[in-house]
Design a protein around this ligand. Structure first.
Ligand SMILES: CC1=C(CCC(=O)O)c2cc3nc(cc4[nH]c(cc5[nH]c(cc1n2)c(C)c5CCC(=O)O)c(CCC(=O)O)c4C)C(CCC(=O)O)=C3C
Ligand SMILES: [Fe+2]
Length: 395
């Protein structure tokens, strides 16, 4: 397994021509949120997610019911196993020898299980790929903190260079062409499904409603430290996706961005409009059909299965809107190969190569080594929690 850095590879050897590029990594950590597998997991999982975050009990009971309604099992773990297999397939197809290890912040296999597995495998340096495409506390720093705290718990959080496993992180990839293309394909399929279900006329005039996870306004403001805020990142990608969908379908596509899954106390402002309220406004303004695209999520987990497929689709039906929920990027080929491109890009950066970072839209590539203060939960707040993959551990 131990991979030789590029600089040591003899060019033109059989090893280089029959195998893919040599990377400075011994493993890829597929790093996700986690979710319950059975009813008994639901409450302990929710406790893990909400520890110290001020989520009201009423909200927890409500969210627990969403999971019980699906037999206590979230689709997220199977989605991650499928993504792990797809990444392994793509790496193998390109001749890249890089084992993929899966770990989660909030459920088994936990981050700690993954780090222990990496250590047992003798991995010295790993590249981490989080299953969140956008930069905010929830999608960036929270993962980096969890990794640092996990290493600390194992007694391994020495200064860089002395850690049991070194971690590099793939940049937030919302504006990578692979993620964009997979979303474009999924939305085009959504319009075609709507045409099939409710006729060409309703499909042609359908409003494209992008949806993402709401976050508190305070977290949105703090995400600006990394550049464009969380919502601006979505708006930038949405414009690209909608324009390309319109080109493919050959007619104009009007679009908007809405949010789902808000929690927290009602007094705390979160990003709006909620997707259900938004559908109401659209129906009132004369819109007759919608395609709902969950660009905030990479796979069909509980937020998608409940908040969109159950709740939002029911809302649309009540309002008399013809509606289809477009797919997530999941294991679509452009997404999976884009992720492998991003791993290669991260490796090139680690080697100090001059590279061109691929992006779509108007925003630059986000940083893979985060700046001090990147993606804090609240502006100005120093949580005192260390975070990996940044310029300094405590920044
Ligand atoms: C931006 C974002 C993403 C997208 C990026 C990413 O994918 O990472 C995401 C994903 C997910 N969120 C998930 C589940 C939950 N999120 C919660 C709570 C929260 N999410 C937040 C933000 C996000 N969350 C926030 C600001 C909170 C408030 C508490 C806090 O500040 O942390 C709660 C507590 C109860 C509730 O409030 O709903 C649950 C159960 C699952 C698993 C689903 C499954 O099991 O299939 C996934 C993938
Ligand atoms: Fe969440």
């Amino acid at each position: 397994m131990a991979l030789t850095p590029d600089t040591e590879a003899a060019p033109g050897t059989a090893a280089e021509t029959t195998r893919g590029p040599q990377l400075p990594y011994d493993a890829l950590l597929l790093y996700s949120f986690g979710g319950p597998n059975k009813p008994e997991d639901v409450v302990p999982f929710l406790r893990n997610v909400t520890a110290g975050k001020g989520i009201p009990d009423s909200r927890l009971e409500e969210v627990g019911e969403h999971y019980y309604g699906f037999g206590g099992k979230s689709p997220i773990n199977e989605q991650n196993l499928a993504l792990q297999a797809a990444l392994e397939g793509e790496l193998a197809a390109r001749g890249i020898d890089l084992p993929v290890v899966w770990g989660n912040r909030n459920w088994e296999p936990y981050t700690r299980d993954a780090v222990e597995q990496l250590k047992e495998m003798g991995v010295q340096r790993a590249v981490a790929l989080v299953t969140s495409a956008y930069s905010s506390y929830s999608g960036c720093r929270q993962y980096r903190e969890d990794l640092a705290v996990t290493l600390d718990g194992l007694g391994d959080l020495g200064p860089e260079g002395s850690r049991s496993v070194q971690f590099d992180k793939v940049r937030s990839y919302f504006n990578h062409p692979g993620f964009a293309q997979a979303n474009i394909d999924a939305v085009v399929d959504g319009y075609r499904a709507l045409a099939e279900k409710d006729g060409a006329e309703l499909a042609a005039e359908a409003r494209l409603v992008f949806v993402t996870h709401s976050i508190p306004d305070t977290m949105e403001a703090a995400s600006a430290v990394s550049g464009a805020t969380y919502s601006q990142q979505h708006l930038d990608l949405a414009a690209v996706v909608a324009a390309e969908v319109s080109t493919v379908l050959g007619h104009p596509v009007e679009w908007t961005l809405a949010y789902c899954s808000r929690s927290g106390p009602p007094s705390q402002p979160w990003l709006e409009p909620d997707v259900n309220d938004h559908l109401g406004e659209l129906a009132e303004s004369g819109v007759r059909s919608v395609v709902i695209s969950p660009i905030g999520f990479i796979s069909d987990h509980m937020e998608v299965a409940y908040d969109l497929d159950t709740e939002a689709i029911a809302t649309a039906a009540e309002l008399g809107l013809a509606a289809v929920r477009a797919g997530t990027v999941s294991t679509r080929a452009p997404f999976v190969s884009g992720l492998v491109d991003l791993v290669l890009e991260r490796a090139a950066l680690a080697r100090g190569d001059e590279i061109v970072q691929q992006t779509v839209g108007t925003l630059p590539a986000y940083r893979s080594v985060c700046r001090p203060g990147c993606c804090r939960r609240r502006d100005g707040e120093d949580s005192g929690v260390p975070a990996l993959c940044s310029e300094a551990l405590n920044s």
